[in-house]
Ligand binder design. Structure first.
Ligand SMILES: *Cc1c(COP(=O)(O)O)cnc(C)c1O
Length: 402
């Protein structure tokens, strides 16, 4: 065994390794060995970054826009974000209320570091995005899971929420449309959250990263539309990763009260300094340019969504809430837990993921990663051919379980 003279910090030891690491490693090894693994686990659009956005990046390089930028991001980009928010949503922010970060995830990290103290409790509707609990924990606070139920379309139930509130509750993280479910919180649920937040002085983090990928409705309920006063207590997280297929460029942005943004800038100034200058220019082309790209993607995703849902629920016992946004489905596989293949019992989502990878060469993400073991996440940001073949393989693999 390798000697361990130096030890890992306690706060990192407390973070649980991702439950999907083992399955991911196995999928990778199988692929490397030449196996025809169908990948339903990706969390990014299967489209290329639009040409005009790439052009923005190319011009930045050609013009040698390659030095440090202001800590919160270039003013032009923050102004473009402010303009887009004012025009599209009617929410008014000044550039000093906006921070551009190295991806949306990093914006959330900065928020948590700027907001939370040791012992603070942060409510996280569950199933949740995998990074919420560790980001809260790394800030010294405690993530508190608030279960959402499938039979309520995964909407937030105010009574359930209330039962998780304590004297230490500091805030809540909302994600609508959500990853992994694609659910959208109802106005009623958001009104209840807003009332509690106003009453108790909570901070609300609203992760809106999927708000341009919405099926069949023009506007969705938002916490800022519930009550004007909530703007003082809300931090908005968004970015170009999903809406412009720019996951690798690493540009996200946060909007909120000035003093919190100033604190986030302090953190950013002592960690990353600023996001990539070139990527900021590409993001500027995205935010200030034509906005039809997400609509084009959404139109392409819709028939895939409908196909995969129908294929999934054609398997006896599988139920699936229809996603209203994003590009994931989150079917309930628990009817198959307890069944066996060759005397090997499948007892949970990780074992199901392992089985589907071994026997059907399907790479998926087990629900345990999102705090909901009954479920499996399939991304439909992949071709119709892959989805069709994958659903055939799934049916065969499930039929072999006794
Ligand atoms: C993808 C994603 C983000 C942001 O991702 P970045 O690549 O860091 O911009 C934020 N929240 C959710 C729920 C996501 O799925």
């Amino acid at each position: 065994m390798e000697s361990q003279i130096i030890s890992v910090a306690e706060r990192v030891q407390e973070i649980k390794p991702s439950p999907t690491l083992a399955v991911n490693a196995k999928a990778k090894a199988l692929r490397a060995a030449g196996a025809d693994v169908l990948n339903f686990s990706v969390g990014e659009p299967d489209f290329d970054t639009p040409e005009h956005v790439c052009q923005g990046g190319r011009e930045a390089i050609d013009q040698r826009f390659t030095r440090y930028t202001p800590v919160p991001g270039i003013l032009e980009l923050r102004e473009a974000i402010a303009k887009r928010f004012a025009e599209d949503k009617g929410w008014h922010y000044e550039p000093d209320q906006i921070q551009v970060s190295c991806g949306g995830k990093h914006g959330l990290y900065n928020m948590a570091q700027a907001l939370f103290n040791h012992g603070d409790e942060v409510l996280i509707p569950t199933p949740y995005w995998v990074s919420y609990p560790p980001i809260v924990q790394l800030a010294g606070a405690t993530p508190v899971s608030v279960p959402l139920s499938e039979n309520k379309d995964f909407d937030l139930d105010p009574h359930v929420l209330e039962s998780y509130v304590t004297d230490r509750t500091r805030g809540i993280i909302l994600n609508s449309p959500s990853n992994p479910i694609g659910s959208i919180f109802s106005r009623t649920a958001l009104e209840a959250v807003g009332r509690m937040a106003l009453d108790k002085g909570w901070v609300i983090i609203s992760d809106d990263i999927y708000d341009t990928i919405v099926y069949g409705q023009d506007t969705i309920p938002h916490i800022l539309d519930v009550d004007d006063k909530l703007k003082e207590q809300t931090l908005i997280l968004n970015g170009v990763s999903k809406s412009f297929a720019m996951t690798g460029w690493r540009i996200g942005y946060s909007l909120g009260p000035k003093h919190i943004l100033a604190a986030m800038n302090k953190i950013q100034s002592q960690s990353t300094s600023n996001p990539s200058s070139v990527a900021q220019k590409a993001a500027l082309a995205a935010v200030a340019g034509p906005q039809d790209f997400a609509e084009m993607m959404t139109e392409a995703f819709l028939p895939r969504r409908d196909f995969i849902i129908n294929a999934l629920i054609s398997n006896e016992g599988i139920t699936c809430v229809v996603p209203k946004g994003a590009f994931y489905v989150f079917p309930n596989f628990s009817a198959y837990y307890g069944r066996s293949f060759n005397d090997k019992k499948i007892g949970n989502s990780l074992e199901m993921a392992d089985y589907l990878l071994d026997k059907a060469l399907l790479a998926i993400v087990p629900g345990a990663a999102f705090g909901a073991d009954d479920f499996i996440r399939f991304s439909f940001a992949t071709s119709m051919e892959v989805i069709t073949e994958g659903m055939k393989r799934l049916k065969d693999a499930l039929a072999k379980l006794t």
